[in-house]
Structures are given as structure tokens and as C-alpha cells.
Design a protein around this ligand. Structure first.
Ligand code: FES
Ligand code: FES
Length: 239
């Protein structure tokens, strides 16, 4: 409001100066003093506009709408232990595992379902935990890399990864191992993949089957061949 008044007043001065300037020019053909006045008027107008913008006197912005955070409870089982949690309803399973339960073996790579670093097993099936809301898992059984094996009691897949050098930096490795364990179960259960020649009946572990099924697990270090060798050993395939 105050800003508007200042601008109006400054504009008026500027217009008055301009009129006077024209009048003087018509009368004696000289624009010396009146031109200066006109410039002064214009300067006042510009300054007033700047003050208005800086002080925010123009129009007060609408106050932001604050939406209250909703929270809810969920109960599930993680690595054999019952867990009850209250959380923001938007929390992903990955963030619950890492930030609430401090199970940091499960990694956050892309957080967009693109890399597989966050793979965990839910009721025996592998999922990208970054794409799943924790609240969707009421009563589910979740296994993370910490539940697959321990340093004292490694899962055969973990031992095979070590033996075949199936990692370099290790960042993708928990997801690779969880996924590889589930892949062997999928093949045993006869679940077909994109490269399966038969849709029904028993499946066999082949390099092509394994690579296709593991295509959602990215390894930036490029340890794919060694990972495939490790899985083949666990599957009992040689050569
Ligand atoms: Fe979940 Fe990349 S972090 S797929
Ligand atoms: Fe480094 Fe896979 S071992 S990303």
C-alpha cells in the first residue's frame, strides 16, 4: 500500500517534469534545467520501485499451507525379530531398515528402483525396498543381508562370492547376494524368465537364466562374471 503511494507520487513528478520540459522547449527551444528535473523525477520513481521490492511493501505473499505429517503404526518381522514401529506414512521400507532399525547392510543406490542395491527378501521374494512403503508390510517376514548370514556363519552364497571375488567396492554386494539367493529359489520353483524356453515344468540354472534374472542388480565395478560363477557354484553347476 505504502509502496503504491510512493510509486504514484514519483510517477506524477516524472510526468509533470516531462510536460514542463516540452513547454520550455516550445517556448525557447532550450531543455537544460527541465531535462535535469525530468531525470531527477525518473530516478525517484525507479528508487521507489526498488524500495518497494526490497521491503516487500507491495503485496504480502500468501502464507504457505502447512500440512500436518501423518504417522501410523506397522508390525512385521525382520530377520526373525518382531518389530513394531510408528512412522511417517511416507517412509519407505529401505529407510525404515536403515534409519529406524540401523540395518545398514541394505544399501541406497539410486532410490528409484534402478540399481537393485536395496534388494531384500519379503516373504521369500526379492523386492526393491526403495520402491515399497513400510506400511505395506504389515505381518510380512523380511530378510536383509544381516539375516542371510553372519561373519561367523556365512550363507553359501556369501562364501561363494568371497571365493570367486564377486565384488570390488562391495556397495552393490548385499543386494546382489539377496537377489542371487532368491534367483536360485525362483529357478527351483520353476518360475519362468524372459529367456526361458519353456514356461511350464522344471527349470535349469544356466548362465543366460541367471544373467537375465539378475539384470536389475547393477554393479558399477563390473563384477558380473565372478558373481555368475559364484551363483553357479551354489547352484551345483560346474564348468
Ligand atoms: Fe533401490 Fe536403487 S536404491 S533400486
Ligand atoms: Fe562395486 Fe558392485 S562391487 S558396485
Amino acid at each position: 500500500m505504502i509502496g503504491e503511494l510512493v510509486i504514484k507520487r514519483a510517477s506524477k513528478i516524472s510526468v509533470e517534469c516531462e510536460i514542463k520540459n516540452k513547454h520550455m522547449e516550445n517556448e525557447n527551444g532550450s531543455a537544460g534545467i527541465t531535462r535535469r528535473e525530468m531525470l531527477a523525477g525518473t530516478a525517484v520513481a525507479v528508487t521507489a520501485l526498488a524500495i518497494t521490492r526490497v521491503t516487500g511493501l507491495e503485496a504480502a505473499p500468501a502464507s504457505p499451507i502447512v500440512t500436518p505429517v501423518e504417522s501410523a503404526g506397522v508390525s512385521f518381522n525382520v530377520n526373525g525379530k518382531a518389530v513394531d514401529l510408528e512412522m511417517d506414512t511416507r517412509t519407505t521400507l529401505l529407510d525404515v531398515l536403515r534409519e529406524h532399525l540401523h540395518l545398514t547392510g541394505t544399501k541406497k543406490g539410486c532410490d528409484h528402483g534402478q540399481c537393485g542395491a536395496c534388494t531384500v527378501l519379503v516373504n521369500g521374494r526379492r523386492i526393491n525396498s526403495c520402491l515399497s512403503l513400510a506400511l505395506q508390510h504389515q505381518d510380512d517376514s523380511i530378510i536383509t543381508i544381516e539375516g542371510i548370514g553372519t561373519p561367523e556363519n556365512l550363507h553359501p552364497m556369501q562364501s561363494a562370492f568371497i571365493k570367486h571375488d564377486g565384488y570390488q567396492c562391495g556397495y552393490c554386494t548385499p543386494g546382489q547376494i539377496c537377489s542371487a539367493v532368491a534367483v536360485l529359489e525362483e529357478i527351483k520353483a520353476g518360475v519362468p524368465s524372459h529367456v526361458s524356453t519353456e514356461l511350464m515344468g522344471p527349470m535349469e540354472f544356466t548362465n543366460a537364466e541367471f544373467r537375465e534374472r539378475m539384470s536389475g542388480n547393477i554393479c558399477r565395478c563390473g563384477a558380473y562374471s565372478n558373481i555368475a560363477q559364484a551363483a553357479a557354484e551354489v547352484a551345483g553347476v560346474t564348468g
